[in-house]
Write a protein that binds this ligand. Structure first.
Ligand SMILES: Cc1cc2nc3c(=O)[nH]c(=O)nc-3n(C[C@H](O)[C@H](O)[C@H](O)COP(=O)(O)O)c2cc1C
Length: 217
């Protein structure tokens, strides 16, 4: 085994604090997800709302990257990005995606699959306006996912946009920047248990409600 890969936990590693109550089965997974998110926010040192976003391109080739979860509601899970980025184009062609959150300090994972729609222009405006002025300027100046011949070109564009808008407050959201919402058809909660006897509960959409299934680890 490569020395850069940590060894599998020993029996002694599992002996302390690795047993915990099973994941409860509740009628609605969204408030339960919020509870886990709240615990993660308190525990994780950085970006507790970071999640892998998996998409599929026009040739059926999967792709994945991290984005930040920005809103949770019964309608779904929202994130924001450049609509002309690689993920933006993939989601326009195939509006289905999967999300995966991993909270290392809590030893928990949540997997979510579903269909994608755009958030409203008003929602995108509200979120864009909440970002730091420099972050808004950066979003305007970035042709996200397209080749950048030289870092200096990006810095020059940042300087030009900053010249126009200063440090706000009226930095308009560019039309190529917005948000997507994933409406979940499946949500799976996973929690580490000793000796890889992990616990998994999957919620599947059934009309207005959910069915639940406990899965082998
Ligand atoms: C912690 C973290 C958070 C990120 N959050 C976002 C985000 O909310 N939106 C976004 O467009 N990119 C975000 N990124 C950058 C993406 O991972 C990715 O590099 C970028 O969106 C381009 O992806 P694409 O070429 O597949 O479109 C984040 C990266 C990290 C590591």
């Amino acid at each position: 085994m490569s020395p850069v890969i940590p060894p599998s936990p020993s029996a002694a590693d599992y002996a302390t604090g690795r047993d915990r109550p099973l994941i409860p089965v509740v009628p609605d997974p969204i408030p339960f997800f919020r509870d886990w998110m709240t615990e993660a926010r308190a525990k994780e040192p950085n970006d507790s709302n970071a999640m892998s976003l998996a998409t599929v391109d026009a040739d059926g080739m999967p792709d994945v990257r991290i984005v930040l979860l920005k809103e949770i509601s019964e309608a779904g899970f929202s994130f924001f990005t450049n609509l002309e980025s690689q993920k933006g184009r993939q989601l326009a062609e195939n509006p289905r995606a999967a999300l995966c959150l991993h909270w290392k300090s809590l030893r928990r994972q949540v997997r979510i699959r579903g269909s994608i729609s755009r958030v409203s222009e008003a929602e995108a405006d509200t979120y864009f306006a909440s970002r730091a002025a420099q972050s808004r300027i950066s979003a305007i100046a970035s042709d996200q996912s397209r080749p950048l011949p030289d870092r200096a070109v990006f810095e020059q564009r940042i300087a030009e946009v900053s010249e126009v808008y200063g440090d706000g407050p009226d930095i308009p959201r560019p039309e190529f920047w917005g948000g997507f919402r994933l409406a979940p058809t499946e949500i799976e909660f996973w929690q580490d248990q000793a000796f890889r006897m992990h616990d998994r509960v999957r919620y599947s959409r059934a009309g207005d409600g959910w069915t639940t299934t406990r899965l082998y680890p």
